[in-house]
Design a protein around this ligand. Structure first.
Ligand code: GLC
Length: 448
């Protein structure tokens, strides 16, 4: 499938990114690019490390993952304050780094208070749950989760995510840039990427709790409501598009079909031409008066893996990818979202962000780290050939271009304008995908 030498080089790069704390490996830095400003790329980002963790676990190297999981428990907010300037109870940081004060190594976490644009790390606790569950599956070691601190950490996350809020909906209300897309991109409200991640993380948490109590029951209930809601309002195939196209508006009461008062005129004609009759996907966002019809890869691929998508839907998502290969995979897998925001939309929605100009970075750029999700989804839905094709097409270019963070262009032809080289999750995503395709049993780490 891929030259062994290239795989060895990739492992070498991944191990070079390991962070040491008190003589122990605890994480990986985001990137090691000498040619670019460091900013916070010397941090260990939780979502980035999740990819490294999976690659390490598949290789049988679980120590670093165990250390990382333990550190996150230490850094998690533990106390409930009525003070918005304190770290919230249950919250896990977006990233951390090791700093030396008077020669003594210490962990310094960022909960969004220092990050560019001060974005909230909504996804960290969710990824932590997924990594913890993968660790248990890979090693069979349940001593960690049986520790009271770990059980408490899981419950604190559940309290943070499941507690009642302003609206009576199973989806999670988040601000813009609260996860992998950590810039303004119109992904505020109820972005599917986060809802899909929440579904996977809750499924993981249900297995990790050692007692069958109130928390366990609350998860089961929420999973049912969440999946019903996402199935009803986010799934889009041609039949459903036609229903929305014929929606009546201004309905009142609980029998209304167009519950969110969506204006059918917001369906762009380009979408009608683009959506193949045999394909389908979960759309990007649904909130009052708004359906964001953009396709986001992370949420859709994760939905296949976590079984949020039914078998039929999984097949339709993979069919969409196959039939729209140039748009959704292109020359470098995998397109983050499609289509890009252009012109006036880009100006208004991103705040005229030049880093997110059309077909660049988060706004329709191609991100190699996503290959592991493609590999897992393809494997699970019985389409491994698609992922092998993607991996093979990416391999040599990734190495010769020194593992860029992302690629630009409608088809991902160009190394991204501001892409870091030696981006750790580009390496880790590639290694995780490779191992998964070589040994499909690894799917067991994160499928439900
Ligand atoms: C960028 C990405 C974010 C990632 C971080 C570190 O900020 O948008 O998703 O976690 O870089 O790689």
């Amino acid at each position: 499938m891929v030259d062994e030498k290239l795989i060895d080089t990739a492992w070498c790069e991944l191990y070079k990114s390991v962070i040491d704390y008190k003589g122990q490996p605890v994480g990986t830095v985001a990137a090691r690019d000498p040619g670019n400003d460091i900013l916070n790329y010397d941090h260990c980002f939780v979502r980035d490390f999740a990819v490294s963790a999976l690659a390490f676990l598949m290789r049988g190297d679980s120590e670093i993952v165990r250390n990382f999981l333990t550190i996150m428990v230490e850094l998690q907010g533990k106390v409930k304050y009525m003070n918005c300037l304190m770290v919230g109870k249950g919250l896990m940081p977006g990233s951390f780094k090791v700093v030396k004060t008077d020669g003594i190594a210490q962990l310094e976490a960022d909960f969004g208070e220092k990050s560019i644009a001060r974005v909230s790390p909504v996804d960290s606790g969710l990824w932590w749950l997924i990594v913890l569950r993968a660790y248990v599956r890979a090693t069979g070691d349940t001593t960690l989760i049986k520790q009271p601190e770990f059980q408490q950490a899981i419950k604190l996350i559940l309290e943070l995510f499941l507690e009642q809020n302003f609206d009576m909906r199973p989806t999670l209300l988040v601000t813009d840039g609260a996860y992998m897309i950590d810039r303004r991109m119109g992904v505020y409200g109820y972005p599917f990427d986060i809802q899909s991640l929440l579904f996977a993380a809750l499924s993981a948490a249900r297995e990790l709790l050692t007692t069958d109590d109130y928390y366990h029951r609350s998860i089961t209930e929420r999973l049912t409501h969440l999946s019903d809601h996402l199935q009803q309002y986010y799934w889009l195939d041609f039949a459903r598009l036609n229903t929305i196209y014929r929606y009546k508006v201004e309905g009142y009461g609980n029998q209304v079909i167009n519950a969110f008062n969506i204006q059918p005129s917001t369906i762009k004609s380009a979408l009608i031409d683009w959506l193949p009759a045999e394909g389908g996907y979960f759309i990007g966002n649904v909130s009052p008066g708004r359906m964001d019809f953009r396709y986001f890869a992370q949420g859709n691929l994760l939905a296949i893996i976590s079984s949020l998508a039914t078998q039929d839907q999984s097949h339709k998502i993979m069919t969409l990818i196959e039939q729209r290969w140039h748009d959704l995979i292109g020359q470098m897998p995998v397109k983050l979202c499609f289509p890009a925001l252009e012109g006036h939309d880009w100006e208004i929605v991103t705040g005229a962000d030049p880093k997110n100009s059309a077909w660049s970075y988060h706004n329709g750029g191609n991100w190699p780290f996503l290959i592991w999700l493609l590999a897992a989804a393809a494997q699970k839905s019985g389409h491994p050939a698609l992922a092998i094709r993607a991996l093979e097409s990416a391999a040599s270019r990734l190495e010769s271009e020194c593992w860029p963070e992302y690629f630009d262009g409608h088809y991902g032809q160009l190394v991204g304008k501001e892409a870091r080289r030696f981006q750790t999750w580009s390496v880790a995503g590639f290694l995780a995908a490779y191992q998964l395709l070589e040994q499909p049993r690894h799917l067991d780490l994160f499928e439900f």
